[in-house]
Design a protein. Structure first.
Length: 448
């Protein structure tokens, strides 16, 4: 290399070093603020069921945060919603700055070597599926949070339940009423966290080292727990009203308080959605699962009508992020992609090859959602990307096995018209794989 070129390279390196240093300092500051926000958010949830929170801290905070514009819900917005939305915005900036550091990935991998043992599966059978030590630890902590909340609220009710002037029947009914109420309150905690894992484009998941596909299981866990608690909540209240001869409460719609009718509609929508999520039904009738899952809109809307906007500000900041993400993905999916070729393969399979930007890269076994309007305008189906972005820089491929109704119609369509480059296709993704344990191995052995 000529001396002039060496000097130029040295000057570029020297000028870029302070720039990278400033980026690292900015990321460190943002990371500190993010840790403070998430610590605050979690501490609030831990402190909420404590009696001192409502008798001392809550009145003090509310007196200083209630505004003319937001009213009484201003306090809940400050305590529960603003930390999450602020973390999402700062997370975007943190990830953007990280992408400008050329050594970001290698540095991150070095830091995670000591945590690999915690990321390896420790349970491979059971209702939770394949679970790592880290996942099991966080799941246990979440269950402890639910038990902590329930036990603290029960402690609140002890004075009323143990009143000496109550007879046995009245005390039993009072216990039933309290348990029904508290199961709903505990279920709300699950609902507050349930939408974070399925916000695919969110900046929050990458901050915790998660991908959207690997986080779907957390959404499933939270959904099952929440619906079990909500179902018990509704069933116990109906039992309580039946025993007290007050079933007319089922028709109550209170604009200023709790609306029982709205809660019942939300419960029915949630149960219909829940029943189709079990593996046997989902695998054998995916289209039924897909369409009934859109009942979440009815579930959430009537949940808000059931409890009011003030309470919804506590429960649904994750849902706000989900709506933003869903809208952005909707805009992305409105554009059709160029289908380079479509091939019919043996064993009733088809291969779709799409044109892509050479600069677009994705890890192996990533997922991509495909929509073909000529088959169904509403259905989006996930498929594993079969191509390698390093080897095929201009093309992205997926293999589709003809098993369900949608894939069978696609196979029949391409079999009848093999040359269908004009086929209109929309895609979403690709998204990172659910598991990347194999990427940490030096060598792999495949057994057929």
């Amino acid at each position: 290399m000529e001396p002039s070129n060496i000097a130029a390279a040295g000057s570029v390196s020297a000028s870029s070093s302070p720039h990278k240093c400033r980026i690292r300092m900015a990321r460190a500051l943002i990371k500190f603020v993010l840790m403070a926000l998430w610590t605050w958010y979690l501490v609030v949830w831990v402190a909420t069921p404590a009696k001192a929170y409502y008798t001392s801290w809550w009145p003090w905070i509310r007196a200083r945060t209630s505004t003319i514009y937001f009213g009484i819900q201003g306090t809940n917005i400050l305590m529960y919603t603003i930390p999450v939305l602020s973390a999402a915005v700062l997370g975007c900036l943190h990830l953007h700055l990280g992408n400008r550091l050329s050594q970001r990935k290698s540095a991150r991998n070095v830091k995670k070597v000591s945590l690999n043992s915690w990321r390896k599966p420790c349970l491979v059978k059971g209702p939770l599926g394949i679970v790592s030590r880290t996942e099991l630890a966080f799941f246990a902590m979440f269950v402890i949070l639910l038990l902590w909340t329930f036990s603290n609220y029960i402690h609140w009710a002890l004075d009323e339940i143990t009143a000496p002037d109550l007879d046995d029947k009245s005390r039993s009914l009072l216990v039933l009423n309290w348990v029904a109420l508290l199961l709903g309150l505990v279920g709300n905690i699950c609902l507050a966290f349930m939408f974070f894992p399925v916000t695919r484009g969110s900046s929050i998941l990458p901050l915790f080292g998660l991908t959207s596909e690997s986080s779907v299981r957390y959404h499933i866990w939270l959904g099952h727990i929440a619906m079990a608690l909500f179902t018990a909540h509704g069933a116990l209240f109906i039992t309580y009203w039946a025993l007290t001869g007050d079933l007319i409460q089922m028709l109550k719609w209170d604009d200023g308080g709790v609306s029982n009718v709205a809660g019942e509609i939300s419960q029915l929508a949630g149960m219909a959605l829940w029943l189709t999520t079990f593996p046997r039904i989902r695998q054998k009738a995916f289209e039924l699962f897909f369409y009934t899952h859109h009942l979440y809109i009815i579930f959430i809307v009537f949940f808000m009508l059931h409890l009011g906007v003030n309470f919804a500000c506590m429960m649904l900041p994750g849902f706000y992020l989900f709506l933003i993400d869903r809208y952005l993905r909707f805009l992305q999916s409105q554009q059709s992609v160029k289908l380079v070729s479509a091939r019919v393969l043996p064993c009733e399979s088809v291969e779709l090859n799409f044109a892509k930007n050479p600069g677009m890269s994705y890890p192996p076994t990533s997922l991509m959602f495909v929509n073909i309007p000529s088959i169904s305008r509403l259905q989006w189906h996930p498929f594993t990307v079969s191509s390698n972005s390093d080897l095929e820089r201009d093309q992205l491929s997926v293999l589709i096995k003809s098993e369900g109704g949608w894939s069978q119609r696609l196979y029949q369509l391409l079999s009848a018209h093999p040359e269908m480059e004009h086929l209109s296709v929309s895609v979403e993704g690709p998204y990172g794989p659910e598991s990347t344990h194999f990427l940490r191995s030096v060598s792999l052995r495949y057994l057929c």
